[in-house]
Design a protein around this ligand. Structure first.
Ligand SMILES: [Ca+2]
Length: 414
């Protein structure tokens, strides 16, 4: 039997939010989930309001280590800053390396030759190859979408492209490369690209675009792409129903704004969009992303600058969305999945976030009413920065570690 704490926590969060105060640190609690709360399918959960409150952001600190109910297998190693994992219907795994390579894992073996045909990629500091995802109809069209840093140190941008993946027995290549989006204006920093890609059920896609760090004030201005989530048709054209279409001086690709550097993006079965973003010190956020909404960076934040200096006196303002939770201290989130496999029944519908700085995967227990319950830390025994985490088609959890010699791991049930 599991303790009843989560029911208490969920109730408390509702109550605290209702009276305008929410400052519960997960480190104060030791929580797992009552079995009775875990019997819904993820589809049922997705129909509820994720986060469960319209109140203020909940501060989350360190979380207890999860019980080790899994076995870890290292499927590939020697990866240079692997940044993204994608699963092909034929069983292979695509891996992006930030250093500007796409790799293929077949039968648990890393194919030596990188996939050919990538465009030239700006690789420096945080710049490089960021994300790779399949087109929803990949089985028919073999299209993959990937985001990367384009340009040179003095003049560069987040860019989105697509290409056809052509595989044979010993190698693979990209053909028919098309550039779909380039962040405007150019930047002269090599920081904060965002770059996570996900498809909505209508076939359009969302891309997170970072604010280049030095230009954070642009995130709440609508005449540029910095600090935005943008929405595009699968061919890169602009959907006619984007929220700011027809407004003079506003970039028509914008879906939401006031973001900092989002390296996690999920779209659930019912098209709920959830992102997380790196905040300043103590200000990492999980947000439910809505069309046309302003997420406030840098006008509102729960964090302070890395030096400790105040960035803004405000953590809430009218017209600006509250995050669902924020991390204090920051965990440096990258990679995001809503678990929808059969292998770990207790984790159905829960959220998993890779943590670079805190070197674990953070599980957010999602209660059946959609509210967020307690959190716990997984895979901390590796003592590794985790850059991406995904649910595999086999129900195992896959993740990559971020280093000069990073690895792909699979966590399967014990
Ligand atoms: Ca925010």
């Amino acid at each position: 039997m599991r303790p009843l704490f989560n029911a208490f926590l969920a109730t408390s969060l509702f109550a605290l939010s209702a009276c305008g105060k929410a400052d519960v640190a997960a480190s104060e609690v030791d929580a797992t989930t009552p079995a009775a709360q875990k019997n819904a399918t993820p589809q049922n959960k997705a129909k509820t309001t994720l986060g469960g409150t319209n109140g203020l952001s909940v501060a989350i600190g360190d979380a207890p280590a999860a019980p080790i109910n899994y076995t870890l297998a290292e499927l590939a190693t020697g990866l240079v800053h692997p940044s993204s994992i994608a699963f092909l219907p034929s069983g292979e795994i695509l891996l992006a390396e930030r250093d500007g390579r796409l790799r293929l894992v077949r039968d648990n073996t890393l194919i030596e030759a990188p996939i050919s045909g990538l465009p030239e990629i700006h690789v420096q500091r945080q710049a490089g190859l960021h994300d790779v995802v399949l087109h929803p109809n990949f089985s028919e069209n073999n299209l993959i979408y990937f985001s990367y840093s384009h340009g040179i140190a003095r003049k560069n941008a987040t860019r989105l492209a697509r290409a056809k993946l052509v595989m044979n027995d010993t190698s693979a290549a990209l053909e028919d490369l098309e550039v779909l989006f380039t962040r405007i204006p150019w930047s002269d920093t090599s920081h904060h690209y965002g770059g996570r890609i996900a498809f909505l059920s209508d076939g359009t896609l969302l891309l997170t675009v970072g604010e280049a760090s030095r230009y954070k004030e642009k995130a709440v201005q609508l005449d540029n792409h910095y600090g935005k989530v943008v929405r595009l048709n699968d061919d890169g054209s602009i959907p006619a129903d984007n929220p700011f279409i027809g407004q003079e001086g506003v970039m028509p690709e914008i879906y939401s704004y006031g973001h900092r550097n989002a390296q996690g993006l999920i779209i659930t079965a019912d098209d709920t969009v959830i992102s997380h973003e790196h905040g300043p010190k103590g200000g990492d956020e999980v947000n439910i992303v809505r069309a046309g909404a302003n997420y406030g960076w840098p006008v509102i934040t729960y964090g302070v600058d890395y030096s400790g200096a105040v960035i803004s006196p405000y953590s809430e303002r009218d017209g600006m969305e509250q995050s669902i939770v924020h991390y204090e201290p920051s965990i440096a989130p990258s990679g995001f999945t809503m678990y929808n496999g059969e292998m770990f029944p207790d984790w159905q519908g829960d959220l998993f976030i890779g943590a670079l700085a805190h070197k674990h995967v953070r599980r957010i227990n999602v209660i059946d009413d959609g509210s967020f319950g307690a959190q716990e830390e997984l895979f901390g025994e590796l003592d590794a920065r985790i850059r991406d985490v995904r649910t595999g088609p086999d129900g195992a959890i896959y993740f990559v570690t971020d280093s000069q010699s990073g690895s792909l791991y699979r966590a399967s049930a014990k």
